[in-house]
Design a protein around this ligand. Structure first.
Ligand code: PFF
Length: 451
């Protein structure tokens, strides 16, 4: 592995991992999935999944990555050639490819909002008019594709020039700014009329929802998505790591920060959703309809605020998208012996092309062209989050839990001598696999694909 790239510093890796985790998943996806899945019960189950499955699997990914110093496929095969673990790598590779295809579409929507606030069109919409504003945008063909392609061009450009440059610095500055702006917005949302209803929706669970299999599936899917788990992004990032990071604390930092971002985003969105009488189950457009109403109420400063906010969200999306593309690029570079530039360009363009049907499926010309009853974007999202990510996560948990010698697993994860070491292995061997298998079973029984 001579000359393999490395993070510039200890902090660089943590920043990159947090940058991968915190993205559209925390703001866009968390709020719409929580909204569709009943709010508080979902939130509680999601937090349980984050700690019972997410944290142990994240530490396993970090461990595999740093030990392997290679891409997601070779990380499995070099340690245990000929064993089935590598399937986990293939699920991961496929998941990162397809997730990025629609991730670029949603990030494109964010870019369009930045542009519309700059040009004044978004700021000029009357109160209550953002639903129409959003729908007329996603219902067109050229618009969503243009902004998706622009976003993907930026992602490809950055991966083309090398993964480290820029990400570390950008995350150091913009992540904290995003946190500050979200906290401020949450404060503002909480002052709106009817905000308490939103709080109730988010924090006061209906206990009957705990028996709802769909809420569990949604929570596990979201836990994987938001932590960038099950698809090798964290394996790939930690493969650029030297020995001097403590992996357990890195994993803990990523999990805590990522979860806080989602909860604060919920505090911004749901009070506003209820205050404006928007349906929390509105689907993927939820933040694009709700937040502009909030900015609208802020008077003249609202536009400036909106521009800042959407730029920061776009940057958070960018650092996540880079990590998604890096999975396939690292694989192609090793497998076909391609240069980084060639790999970034070819794989990036392919992913962009695969994303185009998603861009056209949310009100545009391909809305009716459903697969298993779902529009293309929803289909790809469901397929990856309900199957590929849990399967990838399962293989990762089993690989480290059962495929490695205990001492090796402890040593490589920096857990030797720690009292949490046996607990971690127990989670990887039993708790996470059984939990994931149970969810996979529920998904098979309940999703449209199998009916
Ligand atoms: N975790 C990112 C988010 O929450 O937006 C999305 C993501 C990034 C998923 C990287 C998967 C991944 F490999």
């Amino acid at each position: 592995m001579n000359g393999r790239e490395q993070w510039a510093s200890k902090l660089g890796f943590i920043l990159a991992a947090v940058g991968s985790a915190v993205g559209l998943g925390n703001i866009w996806r968390f709020s719409y999935v929580a909204g569709e899945s009943g709010g508080a019960a979902f939130l509680l189950i999601y937090v349980i999944c984050i700690f019972l499955i997410g944290l142990p699997v994240l530490l396993a990914e970090f461990t595999i990555g740093r030990k392997g110093q290679t891409d997601v496929i070779a990380a499995f095969t070099s340690k245990a050639p000929g064993k089935p673990w590598v399937l986990g790598g293939f699920f991961g590779l496929a998941a990162s490819f397809f997730i990025l295809s629609f991730y670029g579409v949603i990030a494109g929507w964010v870019l369009y909002y930045i542009y519309s606030y700059f040009t004044g069109t978004a700021g000029a919409v009357e109160e209550g008019g953002y639903g129409d504003f959003f729908e007329s945008f996603i219902g067109s063909s050229g618009g969503p594709i243009f902004w998706q392609v622009l976003f993907m061009a930026i992602v490809i450009g950055i991966v083309y020039f090398g993964v480290k440059k820029g990400i570390e610095l950008s995350n150091k500055i913009f992540m904290p700014l995003l946190a500050v702006i979200l906290l401020f917005l949450a404060g503002f949302s909480l002052t709106l009329d009817g905000a308490s209803e939103g709080l109730q929706f988010l924090f006061s669970p209906e206990w009957s929802a705990f028996g709802d299999a769909e809420v569990w599936s949604a929570a596990v899917g979201q836990a994987f998505f938001t932590l960038s788990l099950g698809m090798g992004a964290m394996i790939t990032y930690s493969s650029y790591l030297s020995k001097d990071n403590r992996l357990p604390s890195a994993a803990g930092t990523v999990v805590v920060l990522d979860t806080l971002f989602a909860i604060v985003a919920g505090l911004v969105i749901f009070p506003a959703v209820f205050s404006f009488g928007i349906d929390p189950g509105d689907g993927p457009g939820l933040i694009f309809v709700t937040l502009p109403e909030v900015f609208n109420l802020m008077g003249g400063g609202g536009t400036v605020f909106a521009i800042f906010f959407f730029i920061l969200v776009a940057l958070a999306a960018l650092s996540s998208a880079i990590s998604l593309l890096e999975v396939s690029v690292a694989f192609v570079m090793r497998k076909f012996n391609w240069a980084r530039k060639q790999a970034a360009l070819v794989v990036g363009l392919l992913i962009t092309a695969v994303g185009i049907p998603s861009a056209l499926s949310q009100g545009g010309p391909l809305t009716e062209a459903t697969i298993a009853g779902l529009p293309f974007l929803d289909f790809v999202d469901t397929l990856t989050d309900m199957y590929f990510l849990p399967l990838g996560g399962l293989m990762i948990a089993l690989f480290v839990g059962w495929g490695w010698r205990r001492e090796d697993a402890f040593r490589e994860s920096d857990l030797t001598g720690s009292s949490i070491a046996p607990l971690w292995i127990w989670f990887l061997r039993i708790v996470a696999p059984l939990g994931i298998l149970w969810i996979l079973y529920l998904n098979v029984v309940n999703t449209p694909f199998f009916q």
